[in-house]
Design a protein around this ligand. Structure first.
Ligand SMILES: [Fe+2]
Length: 201
């Protein structure tokens, strides 16, 4: 087993029930299990007959990104709630980059909410781009389909908002996604998010 499920020290959350979080953590553990399973199965099939097993090996390799990114994005997601909500630090590099890009301190959240309105299952992922020379390129917000489609290669992840219905359907109806998104921000620990934003970005 290469990966083990992480445990998260979560406080009582506003607008997200303990049952919702329990169900969601169970799904996270499933991704960890399947990352290990794919790696083990590929290794076994290669050891047995790499040519004869080429098709199943190839198909599992295609599947790895879904399971791996599903595992890792959930880790970004849950750790953002550890320690409880706190407001953005106006002295942080992320705050300065937010002002440069959006012109006001609420710009990043407003943009994330806009991207969260994208139809379909997936994630809003906020990235930093330490290689950007234009200050406007220091923060990117993408909609990632499933867990792996549309990720921006190599960019450090700053924030991850799960928009799969499993993330909120214990507490909300599908049409109430906006309420779930509001609850996400009500519980977001900005200190954790800011620490992910590289000082050089
Ligand atoms: Fe999820």
């Amino acid at each position: 087993m290469t990966y083990q499920s992480r445990s998260f020290n979560l406080p009582e959350l506003k607008g997200l029930s303990a049952e919702q979080i329990k169900v969601h953590l169970g799904l996270y553990e499933g991704y960890v299990k399947h990352v290990n399973l794919i790696m083990d199965k590929i290794a076994a099939l290669r050891a047995a007959d790499p040519e004869g097993n080429a098709y199943p090996i190839n198909e599992m390799r295609r599947r790895l990104g879904f399971e791996f990114d599903g595992m890792r994005l959930h880790e970004y997601y849950f750790e953002q709630f550890e320690g409880g909500h706190c407001e953005p630090d106006e002295g942080s590099a992320l705050f300065k980059a937010t002002i440069e890009k959006y012109g006001d301190k609420g710009g990043l959240v407003a943009h994330m909410k806009e991207v969260a309105g994208t139809r379909g299952i997936g994630w809003v992922v906020v990235y930093a781009d330490p290689k950007a020379t234009d200050p406007q390129g220091r923060i990117h917000t993408a909609f990632v389909n499933d867990h792996e489609l549309g990720q921006l290669a190599g960019l450090p992840i700053v924030a991850a908002l799960d928009l799969w219905e499993h993330a909120f359907m214990v507490d909300y109806k599908p049409a109430e996604k906006n309420q779930y998104v509001a609850a996400f921000f009500d519980n977001l620990n900005w200190k954790t998010v800011e620490a992910r934003f590289p000082a050089a970005a």
